[in-house]
Design a protein around this ligand. Sequence first.
Ligand SMILES: Cc1ncc(COP(=O)(O)O)c(C=O)c1O
Length: 371
Amino acid sequence: MLARSFQRSKGLLRTTRALSSRAGSSIPFVPLVSETGFVGAVGNTPLLRLNSLSKETGANIYGKAEFLNPGGSVKDRAALYIIQDAEKRGLIKPGGTIVEGTAGNTGIGLAHVCRARGYNCVIYMPNTQSPAKISHLKLLGAEVHPVPAVPLADPNNYNHQARRHAESLDNAVWTNQFDNIANRQAHIETTGPEIWAQTDGTVTAFTCATGTGGSFAGTSRYLKDISNGKVQAWLADPPGSVLYSYINSGKLERTGDGSITEGIGQGRVTDNLKPDLEIIDGALHIPDADTIRMVYRLLDEEGLFLGASSCLNVVAAYDLAKKLGPESTIVTLLCDGADRYAERLFSESWLKSKNLYNELPPHLLKYVAFD
Ligand SMILES: Cc1ncc(COP(=O)(O)O)c(C=O)c1O
């Protein structure tokens, strides 16, 4: 069992070997104290061994519990770095406004950090996103604009609307998470080092899906560099995204139609992903049927209540474990919890509308809680 605690001191990530195991140790686990409040509590998430999948494959499969970030998702890391970067570059002054185009989780992270730092927060998002995320943003005091989901080439795409909104205000910044590489830097400086330390440098491969690409690119870059190229980096891609095709054939072509996952899948190579294309070892296309089965399996076998992008990541880790064989150690990200999507993922009528209800094995149907 690998267990470590972390402390950041003067910008350095210092790892301290803590307690070899919480269970069975007489010393209690001591969580960090954040003298900087919310922002100091971002990151340093536990690494969870996924026991049933590890046992089945003979590999060590771990998920990083990003849903335990204080804003509830992996995107807290990017939100914090993006705002700190804007402050360092003098783009925003106290009382200013942060404007972002986001499928939701970056917005939630930004809304928290904005409250903690005294900024206004304005969010543009595609109106296809789950209603729970929209209400959540409003509850955090953000001004939310759900707008029709149109391609990036359309001037009314949510990102262009966010940029124009910021340009229309004084003391405002469009944080541009897709091409702002402060996002990737968050994972180079935090997620990657945490995984390396938590696995004692034994990680064999890292995999996750991409939205902006910041999590995948930054974490992969750190793990590649620290391991002298030994750690493999596999991009996991949902239906409707172009990256699986791009990595395999160099063509930006969609594989499959849309997906039930939210926050992942891409139609282009973002500036966050571009610098790390050369270090990618391969790509995995994960169909929605595999993802939804994993949503229910992880709940049933591991007690984990996770959103669809996390479960797609776990399917990718599981597929990779079978590819790389027993003894390998695969790490992925558990990006957020299922509560933001529960009315969809656990609804019989919604699952049927996506032709996914019949994909669930009969013993898991008891978890379909809504009509
Ligand atoms: C639930 C969820 N999973 C995964 C991602 C992808 O993370 P990244 O933007 O770092 O590629 C996002 C991005 O918003 C997300 O909301």
